[in-house]
Design a binder for this molecule. Structure first.
Ligand code: LCS
Length: 393
């Protein structure tokens, strides 16, 4: 059944798979590393490349393929490549699109290791990168060089919550012969479809909203062009960062409820952000659903909702933030985000600790910034939890 014309919740439930010959309502976990070729004993002498089919799970697997097709359909791409982690997707992207001497321009406030991967590792192979605040397109325009091959944007960004104009970034990239890739992890395909706005590749850490249950690490890339998709798959297969069938099964289970989870979590986030903004111990709140957010209008234009990630700064800076994190009870002090449970963390000492303070400040977040990933608990309970923790600060 073609689900393309159905509503988003129907597409989330039915996209990519329909009961097979056994009638199994959910895709079976094809937990097999290798797949038999049909040989003469089975009536046909067909070997690799002579017929369509699965060969080896690192190259492709029926359970993983359903996840790839489902996310590709949701993102409006020609196909997907699932990976063992979000970083696996990002390293596949860099490796596929950059060569010695090439240059990338990236959002400064990306997930720390997405930046470290280029600065620490790809730089050893003669690949350069500039990290700029892409929420102002002029910065991106100025950072482009003749050898720029990739513009890499994370929007909304982690943890500064900056929003980049995807259509504008696509135009700048394309005018300079570069491709645009967007890390859509914070928005999820439920809220934002970068390929529809002109991006060439979209990627996710499916560890976050797409899976949504904090029990799987995984990633996925989706492209608009068959040739780019083949390059991505070829690199993934050679680097060996393939997903596992059981991992894919769990992500598919989470994907079905993406819409209702995001709706519940973002309603909570809106209420919590508004409440935080009025609290005397809070210096500033960055939630893209608040009119005070500098890119609130842009987010309204390119997204279908504002999501459930909030960053805020305490009046007492780092120490006050530490005390807050020590006193929350319902929210869990942990890295990661996008799950059904609310998580709180301190980027400067946790997710973005490898960046220098100078780089963090240039990326738009100070050491006192606290990141709060709203889950699907009752907003009243989360507010009460924050209230008692703030009293202890
Ligand atoms: N992209 C974004 C926007 C992320 O937030 C993360 C992980 C990744 C990519 C990498 O994905 P992974 O390999 O972990 O599946 N972000 C994390 C965070 O903020 N806390 O812990 C992980």
């Amino acid at each position: 059944m073609n689900t393309a014309r159905l509503g988003i919740h129907s597409r989330l439930v039915h996209g990519g798979y329909h009961p097979d010959a056994t009638g199994a309502v959910n895709v079976p976990i094809y937990q097999s590393s290798t797949f038999a070729f049909r040989n003469a004993a089975h009536g046909a002498a067909l070997f690799a490349g002579e017929e369509e089919g699965y060969i080896y799970t690192r190259i492709g697997n029926p359970t993983i393929r359903v996840l790839e097709d489902s996310v590709a359909e949701l993102e409006g791409g020609v196909g997907g490549v699932a990976t063992s982690s979000g970083l696996g997707a990002i390293s596949t992207l860099y490796m596929a699109l950059l060569e010695m001497g090439a240059h990338a321009v990236s959002t400064a406030s990306v997930y720390g290791p997405s930046r470290g991967l280029i600065e620490k590792h790809f730089s050893r192979f003669g690949i350069g990168a500039s990290f700029v605040d892409t929420s102002a397109l002029d910065n991106l325009r100025q950072a482009i060089r003749p050898e720029t091959r990739l513009v890499y944007v994370e929007t909304p960004s982690n943890p500064a919550m900056q929003v980049t104009d995807i259509a504008g970034a696509a135009k700048i990239a394309h005018d300079h012969g570069s491709l645009l890739a967007v890390d859509n992890t914070f928005a999820s395909p439920y809220l934002q479809n970068p390929l529809d706005l002109g991006a060439d590749v979209v990627l996710h850490s499916v560890t976050k909203f797409i899976n949504g249950h904090a029990d799987v690490v995984g990633g996925i890339l989706v492209a608009t062009d068959d040739e780019v998709l083949q390059r991505l798959r070829d690199v993934m297969v050679h680097m060996g960062c393939s997903m596992d069938p059981h991992q894919a099964f769990l992500v598919l289970r989470g994907l079905k409820t993406l819409g209702i989870r995001v709706e519940q979590a973002q309603a909570g986030a809106q209420a919590i952000a508004r409440w935080l903004e009025t609290h005397p111990k809070i210096q500033s709140v960055r939630y893209i659903g608040l009119p005070s957010h500098p890119q609130h209008e842009l987010a309204r234009l390119q997204m279908r909702g504002f999501g459930s990630m909030i960053s805020f700064e305490m009046k007492g800076g780092l120490e006050a933030g530490r005390r807050l994190m020590n006193h929350v009870k319902l929210a869990t002090l942990a890295v990661s985000l996008g799950g059904v449970e609310t998580l709180i963390e301190h980027p400067a000492s946790m997710t973005h600790a490898a960046m220098s303070r100078k780089a963090r400040e240039a990326a738009g977040f100070a050491d006192g910034l606290v990141r709060y990933s709203v889950g699907i608990e009752n907003a009243d309970d989360l507010i009460a939890d924050l209230e008692q923790a703030l009293e202890a600060v």
